[in-house]
Ligand binder design. Structure first.
Ligand code: ADP
Ligand code: MG
Length: 244
């Protein structure tokens, strides 16, 4: 049957699944101006990430992983090239539209967790819900469900600052998944954990991403961490040198 380009929709039982990349970069480049020589942090990266795909950005410290993750996360704007998130060109989008896109489509997990230590685990996990306009008892019900998913149902009312590193990162994962993002960006998410906790957090991230159909881009310097990915994007000096 003939299909008119651009008429594909999600959801119908007879329709094929949406295969539009959740992120698409073409020639993405980031140059930081500096007094002596400009820093070429990311150079000419062309990459498409499929819905639900787990991709590792793998490279040494300084190879441009965080910069590339920040470009995909719309936290930084490219010097050149184009970036599309969920079909939306973002490189020139006004800040307010970017805020909405981040809130609705993206989730973030950081190496140092970035929790509010004096808020409870539940309140930390609930933050994106409040920001997204949820209110009343729905928030607590949803946030408790998320904490149960990461194995922390019994710690929901503890101040986040009183939890172990592994537990804090699990709260951060619950928070990242709170609003059902299409793409989660994780920057060295196990970099500050001992090996046992790193394993727990890593398999949790992979399992939850697969269960929820969320794509995951994971920046890491470690081959062992990158093994959970469907594809590994190797970076050297800001360039993608190999994808496998
Ligand atoms: N805000 C910035 N200003 C100037 N240089 C930066 C900035 N952020 C990163 N860089 C430089 O860009 C390069 C890539 O850094 P980064 O993306 O943090 O790499 P990675 O995450 O792989 O360690 C490094 O040389 C780093 O010093
Ligand atoms: Mg980094």
């Amino acid at each position: 049957m003939a299909r008119v380009a651009g008429t594909e929709r999600r959801g119908g039982p007879t329709e094929r699944p949406d295969s539009t990349p959740i992120a698409r970069l073409a020639g993405a480049t980031k140059i930081y101006p500096a007094a002596g020589e400009d820093v070429h942090a990311v150079t000419d990266v062309t990459l498409a990430i499929a819905p639900g795909e787990i991709v590792a950005l793998l490279g040494r410290s300084g190879s441009g992983k965080t910069t590339l993750l920040n470009l995909i996360g719309t936290l930084d704007r490219p010097t050149a090239g184009t970036i599309e998130i969920a079909g939306v060109r973002v490189e020139a989008l006004p800040e307010e539209a970017l805020l909405r896109l981040r809130r609705e489509t993206l989730g973030f997990v950081f190496q140092f967790f970035h929790l509010f230590p004096y808020l409870t685990a539940l309140e930390n996990a609930a933050l994106p819900l409040w920001l997204g306009g949820w209110h009343g008892s729905d928030v607590a019900v949803r946030a408790r469900g998320l904490l149960a998913q990461v194995g922390l149902a019994d710690k929901a009312d503890r101040p986040a600052g009183s939890l172990s590193g592994g537990e804090m990162q699990r709260v951060a994962i619950a928070r990242a998944l709170a609003h059902d993002p299409k793409l989660v960006l994780a920057d060295e998410p196990t970099g500050n954990l001992d090996q046992a906790n790193a394993e727990t957090v890593l398999s949790l991230l992979a399992t939850l991403a697969k269960e929820s159909g969320t794509a995951l881009v994971l920046a890491t310097h470690s081959e062992a961490t990158a093994r959970i990915a469907d594809r590994r994007v190797h970076m050297v000096d800001g360039r993608v040198v190999e994808i496998r």
